[in-house]
Write a protein that binds this ligand. Structure first.
Ligand code: IVH
Length: 716
């Protein structure tokens, strides 16, 4: 029998040099080899090669198939998912990230969106300049990216965390709405078509009927039904589910295929995709939004009769060259926005009020409700935000309240129905001690929130920090969800992030080994340990995010990583920044996008001695062993530009670019844009009427550029 070793090293000829018969033989061998490894991984749970080696084989298979599309086998590994359930789907990386959309809730939000466009693009500064937009329904399903090479469907992935999704290729092949081969012509050799998988209202009701007749679980709403059906490990089940697909966007493309969003829609349709209709092209000026507002009203009126669930409209800038210039901020495009419909409401009773302790110690009061259906979702809890909010609305236990749900946002209590208040009801006494650790709660003067300031000594905070640490955008440890963290925590097995990585080596020491716990087995325990093992190398920005510093979300974590480049350097600078008269402090607060307030939270994190201790334990070598984690340095976007990694300050009024566009452009070329001039500034770009910054730059002898010189430097 072949060993795993020679299975991975059989194939030495470069793909470009293969002739057709060699290719055929190799595809046959790869199909067998990959099937065998799938079996080891999923079925036997005894993987013999690393994920990286497996991926290399799969990539080779893919490369050969790409060169010889006529030789793709029916049993090709690119056409099937893993052998069997349990493990879940393989991960696929999105070559262009799948982002989300910013939200608008009112006409004013839409006016603000338009103003944002005008501020960003110099030639739109004049409010009378018309802007063409495309508006279309916002479908409430789940997004999917489908990759075509030479017109053939080769892969499909869910959005996942935006960077990496689940490989649902085999399932997507069963969907009637998705062409396996692109129709028509004019499609780029590589094109990733993106859109929404959804279920029509009628199909959803019929599916639920069938499910309940068969004694199976029913779904709460069409969106859940669509997600549950797409993410079936057995494609044969997906095939029986009435899934549909609307195309509305694209990811990687090997060549541009349209100049406008409307033209792109037509192309997508001509290649065989359904579009989300009714869409409309509208034109706005700052005095006149009537076309867009009318469309919104129109779709809202049609909402119930469309036959599928929508939760608003999406508005996109029509010109694709403008889209490209507008680019993205954080995880959403500047050139599009989702305008949501008003939330759906319902009436129910408050059974009681409890408080929750969050990751940062913030106390959130929660109303526990008699479960009620709000727009297709069963709601049994609603947030009450804070003490003032409860007082302002005078919400009491036993009250009847109106609640509402806006999209994915946690349900809220809108108001109390006073007529229904039971006799003898009492106002809610806000607790003065932490329900989890008993420490007195603190509410600072002038602030709305109440905190437990017991930090990691409060079990609730310690656990929430762990949950955050392993969450999807942080360490993303598969199989280590809230439930498992809770049970490891309760047993005292995991109290700090460090403990997660020593779980396996301590397994069976103080309590029975994991595989013997209720609900666990040999296979699931192995999988968890492997999942932990896989995440021992982590990029700096994810690591910073994982720390759960108040206010440091993904984009701030990225800002910090990008600015300080390595963990060591960041920590060193944060130690120095402790002194607010230091240069390191100046540097921290002058990072573009960082506020004083945020900087304080970061410094406070380092002041709490437990935190640097945990960092040391995670990243310093252990006696006789390497460190637990390897935090890799920030990798600036390939240094394709002269300004990658440089710090730039803009001052004065620029002629060709708005300040915002100039900043965004510099950042997209890998530069750091700072708000103030210091010794560390590499370039100061001065426009008309530059003031004190130019003066300071002269004094410091910095490199000062005119707008023209700057444009030349960045190759424009
Ligand atoms: S365009 C860069 N168009 O809404 C993102 N998205 O809230 C481009 N969605 O992730 C997305 N209908 O899953 C776009 N007509 C539509 C949409 C739509 C629904 C979803 C999509 C996106 C989410 C953002």
């Amino acid at each position: 029998m072949q060993t795993a070793k020679n299975r991975t090293t059989l194939f030495e000829i470069p793909v470009e040099a293969l002739d057709s018969s060699q290719a055929e033989a190799e595809l046959a061998a790869l199909a067998e080899t990959l099937r065998w490894h799938d079996g080891q991984y999923h079925g036997q749970d005894r993987p013999e090669i690393s994920d990286a080696e497996y991926d290399a084989l799969a990539r080779r298979n893919h490369a050969i198939e790409k060169r010889f599309p006529e030789l793709v086998r029916d049993d090709s590994p690119s056409r099937r998912v893993g052998v069997s359930p349990a493990q879940g789907f393989r991960k696929l990386r999105h070559s262009v990230p799948m982002l989300s959309l910013g939200n608008a809730f009112s006409q004013q939000d839409i006016r603000d969106f338009a103003e944002g466009l005008r501020n960003f693009m110099r030639e739109l500064n004049d409010p009378a300049m018309p802007i063409d937009l495309v508006a279309e329904p916002k479908i409430d399903g789940l997004s999917l990216s489908i990759r075509y090479e030479n017109g053939q469907l080769v892969a499909a992935a869910t959005r996942g965390n935006g960077t990496e999704g689940e490989d649902v290729t085999a399932n997507v092949r069963t969907m009637a709405d998705v062409p396996k081969k692109l129709a028509g012509q004019g499609w780029p050799v590589i094109v990733e078509v993106r859109g929404e998988v959804y279920m029509s209202d009628g199909d959803f009701l019929a599916l639920n009927d069938r499910q309940s007749e068969a004694g199976e679980n029913t779904f709460a709403n069409p969106r859940n039904a669509a997600a549950g059906s797409l993410r079936q490990l057995d494609p044969a089940i997906t095939e029986k589910r009435p899934l549909r697909f609307f195309a509305y966007a694209w990811g990687e493309v090997s060549a541009a295929f349209a100049d406008t969003q409307s033209e792109a829609r037509q192309k997508l349709q001509s290649w065989g995709f359904s579009l989300n209709e009714p869409a409309r092209k509208v034109c706005i000026t700052n005095d006149d939004f009537s076309g867009l507002f009318a469309y919104y009203e129109d779709i809202q009126n049609k909402r119930a009769s469309l036959g599928f669930s929508i939760d608003g409209i999406v508005v996109k800038v029509d010109r694709l060259d403008w889209q490209a210039r507008l680019g993205f901020v954080s995880r959403s495009p500047r050139w599009a926005i989702a305008w949501k419909f008003p939330p759906e409401q319902a009436m129910t009773a408050v059974r009681n009020i409890t408080v929750q302790v969050g990751r940062t110690g913030k106390i959130t009061p929660v109303a526990n409700l008699a479960p009620v259906n709000v727009g297709g979702v069963l709601v049994s809890r609603a947030t009450l935000h804070n003490q003032d909010e409860i007082q302002r609305k005078d919400i009491r236990e036993g009250d009847t309240v109106i609640i509402q749900r806006a999209g994915d946002v946690i349900p809220q209590v809108v108001s109390v129905v006073i007529d229904k208040r039971p006799a003898g009801s009492q106002t809610y006494p806000f607790p003065d001690a932490c329900p989890e650790c008993g420490e007195p709660l603190v509410r600072n003067a002038g602030e709305a929130d109440t905190f437990c300031v017991n930090g990691l000594n409060c079990p609730a905070q310690a656990m929430e920090r762990l949950n955050h640490f392993v969450s999807r955008d942080a360490f993303d440890i598969e199989g280590l969800g809230v439930k498992n963290i809770e049970s490891f925590f309760a047993k005292g097995l995991v109290r700090s992030p460090v403990d997660i990585f020593t779980l396996e080596s301590r397994d069976g020491e103080d309590c029975p080994p994991l595989r013997e716990w209720e609900g666990w087995g040999e296979v699931s325990a192995r999988k968890l340990f492997d999942a932990i093992e896989r995440q021992r190398v982590i990029p700096l920005e994810r690591f910073i995010f994982a720390l759960g510093i108040p206010q440091v979300g993904q984009s701030t974590a990225r800002l910090l990583a990008r600015h300080y480049l390595s963990l060591g350097h960041w920590r060193e600078c944060m130690e120095q920044a402790e002194n607010s008269a230091s240069e390191a402090y100046e540097e921290l607060v002058s990072i573009n996008g960082m506020g004083q307030n945020m900087a304080e939270d970061i410094l406070n994190f380092f002041r709490e001695t437990q935190n640097p201790d945990v960092l040391d334990k995670l990243t310093l070598p252990r006696r006789g062993q390497g460190p637990i984690l390897e935090v890799t340095d920030f990798e600036p976007p390939a240094a394709i530009s002269a300004i990658a990694g440089k710090t730039v300050v803009f001052t004065g009024t620029l002629e060709t670019l708005s300040r915002n566009e100039a900043k965004a452009r510099a950042e997209s070329l890998g530069a750091n844009v700072a708000g103030s001039v210091s010794k560390k500034t590499d370039y100061v770009v001065v426009g008309a009427d530059a003031g004190s910054k130019e003066k300071k730059a002269c004094e410091l002898g910095l490199n000062i550029l005119s707008e023209q010189e700057w444009l030349e430097l960045i190759g424009e």
